[in-house]
Design a binder for this molecule. Structure first.
Ligand SMILES: NC(=O)CC(=O)C(=O)O
Length: 308
């Protein structure tokens, strides 16, 4: 645990008792989305993340989601500099902070993403921690964001990162969670796979920009939720985050019907809202897409990972 964050300082008796409780799977609970301002000062980012997670937990959130690249600016020239090796706890302050904070507040954290070093490769990686602070899952961004729109935006994540090659679905005390990172959201097949595997909610830490955000951020996440009749949570950095890539913001929680339950503008904020998994059943009964699906005409085929 880095010295500059003292979790014990903030630990209340309620918080302490949550850590020792046998927590049953619950279906109605609050989700917190921490839309934090990311600067070029890593320590500041860690402190900010801690403060926003604490705020969400104090508002009753049991599941807290952080943005894509919350410990560093979303900028190709900095990813390697901010990268951490999770296997080596001492050299991974971001990992340690999330683990400590999850256990301090007895919450599940979908830890946005940070650059991860592993065996000489850099990944855009999301870590999920349980209320005991233990790592429950690690998702490496599968679809890297390479875009070139002449006169508008050009960005090539694949120049910096290697792509992950596994979907990530994790069982927690607050349900089954599918994980995707930002551009992963554009691929309906991944969300369909999570739905087929029984996910209640898909969390997408993201960092859309001003060109893609206005047009697609809300559209894509509502579509993933409505197509698969499950909850979707997205979490972005705030717009005034550092770097030349201007971030859209608008962290959002969507219902299985595709309705926006809660959202934000682009400033730093914490969105906290309640979700109720009984809505999944209700939506699927009201509009039984699975029964109506014409698999005699088309089929969802699970394809093995493409390898070079
Ligand atoms: N970081 C990203 O993957 C950005 C993205 O997908 C976008 O549309 O913007």
């Amino acid at each position: 645990m880095p010295a500059y964050i003292n979790c014990k300082q903030h630990q209340t008796s309620a918080c302490a008792s949550l850590n020792t409780m046998e927590v049953p799977i619950i279906s109605k609970f609050k989700v917190g989305l921490c839309q934090l301002t990311v600067s070029s000062d890593k320590n500041q980012n860690l402190i900010r993340a801690h403060n926003l997670i604490k705020d969400a937990a104090q508002q009753g959130a049991r599941l807290v989601v952080l943005p894509e690249m919350w410990n560093c600016p979303y900028s190709a020239d900095g990813f390697a500099k901010y990268a951490e090796d999770f296997e080596n706890g001492d050299s991974s302050p971001s990992f340690s902070v999330l683990s400590e904070v999850a256990s301090c507040y007895g919450i599940t954290i979908v830890g946005g993403s940070i650059p991860e070093w592993c065996n000489g490769r850099l990944y855009n990686t999301c870590c999920v921690f349980g209320p005991d602070g233990k790592l429950k899952a690690k998702h490496r961004k599968i679809h890297l964001f390479d875009i070139d729109v002449p006169g508008d935006i050009s960005f090539k994540e694949s120049d910096s990162f290697a792509a992950g090659d596994e979907p990530t679905i994790v069982d927690t005390d607050i349900g089954r969670i599918g994980i995707g990172i930002c551009h992963d959201m554009r691929f309906p097949e991944l969300a369909m796979l999570y739905r087929a595997k029984g996910a209640h909610i898909i969390c997408y830490p993201g960092a859309f920009n001003m060109s893609t955000g206005d047009l697609l951020w809300e559209l894509v996440q509502r579509t993933r939720a409505a197509d698969n009749q499950l909850f979707v949570a997205t979490c972005s950095p705030s717009r005034d985050s550092a770097g030349c890539y201007t971030i859209w913001g608008h962290s959002t929680l969507v219902s299985p019907f595709g309705e926006i339950i809660a959202t934000s503008e682009h400033e730093e904020t914490v969105v906290v809202a309640e979700i109720d998994y009984s809505e999944i059943q209700l939506t699927r009964e009201s509009l039984p897409l699975e029964k109506q699906r014409r698999s005699d005409i088309y089929q969802f085929i699970e394809i093995a990972p493409r390898r070079p």
